[in-house]
Design a binder for this molecule. Sequence first.
Ligand SMILES: Cc1cc2nc3c(=O)[nH]c(=O)nc-3n(C[C@H](O)[C@H](O)[C@H](O)COP(=O)(O)OP(=O)(O)OC[C@H]3O[C@@H](n4cnc5c(N)ncnc54)[C@H](O)[C@@H]3O)c2cc1C
Length: 507
Amino acid sequence: MAGDVVGERRFVTEPERWHAGTVRRPVNPGSDLVVVGAGAAGLFACLSAAEQGARTTLVSARPLAETASYWAQGGLAAALAVDDSPELHLQDTLAAGRDLVRRSAAEVLTDEAPARFHELEALGVRFDADRHGNLALGLEGGHKTRRVVHAGGSATGRRILRQLSANVAEHPSIEVLEDARAARLITHEGRCAGVVLEDGRTLTGRGTVLATGGAAALWSRTTNPPGSFGSGLLLARDAGAALADLEFAQFHPTAVVGIEGREGFLISEAIRGEGATLHDGRGERFVDELAPRDAVARAIFRVLNEQGLTAVMLDMRHVDPGRFPNVVAALREAGLDPATELVPVAPASHYVMGGIVTDLDGRSEIPGLYAVGECACTGLHGANRLASNSLSECFVFGRRAALHALDEPAPGETPATSTGTVAPPPTRETRKAMWRHAGLERDAEGLRPLLEDPHPLARLVARSALFREESRGAHGRSDFPATDPALDHRHTVLKAGSDTPEYLLWR
Ligand SMILES: Cc1cc2nc3c(=O)[nH]c(=O)nc-3n(C[C@H](O)[C@H](O)[C@H](O)COP(=O)(O)OP(=O)(O)OC[C@H]3O[C@@H](n4cnc5c(N)ncnc54)[C@H](O)[C@@H]3O)c2cc1C
């Protein structure tokens, strides 16, 4: 999109067109895109749009250090090695996803991840090199080859976010509204025209991109920051978008247990990729540490129950502490030296595969509304996300959505709308109930009371989990332990306004 054309189109929203009382004057006149969320997906979407000459308004509710992206450790997956290929990356993604991955979405991810990696480098992100100066590639669970790039060892998210947010802050055509929370989407004549903030300000654009992150903090034991409770999913649903696959919540196998100040702290899979091993109460190994996440998490869960333990032990004493400086420093600060001691770990809620239904360009079912990153559900992760595919997803689909959103028509006059109310965070009781009844193993008896939970997303998760009467990937039903082949590639969709899920076949 050429700059002049963008400029001409922008005149549609000239200030004199806004009449107090009948239409609402946006605080961002002339913006092409409104992006909600300043994690990896939101920042990259902004930069991708700005590179096309577009003007973007970025809204972020929480500080940078409270995004899941900032906390990401392991890295991002891309077929970059000479003996690797997008096809091999695709095969690993399909295998991890347990016959539920939407192949077309996985093809987009695995084909485009290498190009996005090179763009990140061009934007100034410095990825780790080995001692010969070649790109260092890590191995993680479910990957059959080394393809995970990282920065600062296990400080990948922090390094990427610092760089991207600096680029965003310096960019003359990106306006950032910090400490601002989207409370409602503006829909007019069947299209999304922007958002209303909690304080009543409105933002409009030809496209609105939700990049509000995941919902793993709905569960009490989690690796996620407290803001990850799915507020974007509820915004989209209230406006009439469909949600899907909410029963698929991934539990990371190795989060710290019982160390004060570090409860739920994630010990990256990459550390197991470098040789760390898991041991039961008798000191014995009990699982292939590099199996996909659902298999490792479930094996730990079984050992905990059978042996009456609260944690299994991760032995990383033979792993070079210099490779993972922030994990080692965090544990040492809390009084445990992983170079000489075993680390107590157990599964914790980590990532929700489900989210706002989108196509391969990030389009939701509401024209003008896009969703990217963890809040979106393209079907890419199926029933079990392959490690380090989510950062790649943020960049691949963040860019696709931004570029397509710029082709939307400019918003017309939008009538004044009432201020929205932000979805409240889940209470302690909700989070505990989710952990107890919608955890690694669920059954109908435990899930049914959650249908009455005060938190709307908890109810929708319970509905979806009750509906899927089988076990598959991250969704383990103790009352339906087998996988039902008839449900292969069938996604659990909650259509607009409906509380009754239905299965839709996605390819
Ligand atoms: C500890 C940890 C380690 C991880 N390690 C890896 C890894 O190594 N590799 C990998 O691929 N993935 C990893 N993940 C997962 C990955 O980090 C996330 O899936 C991804 O970063 C999500 O990015 P996002 O941009 O979608 O959301 P986030 O980074 O969570 O950002 C969401 C943004 O939305 C904002 N927001 C939310 N609601 C509103 C609202 N209503 N109004 C305004 N703003 C709002 C938030 O303030 C925030 O800015 C890890 C996750 C965690 C928690």
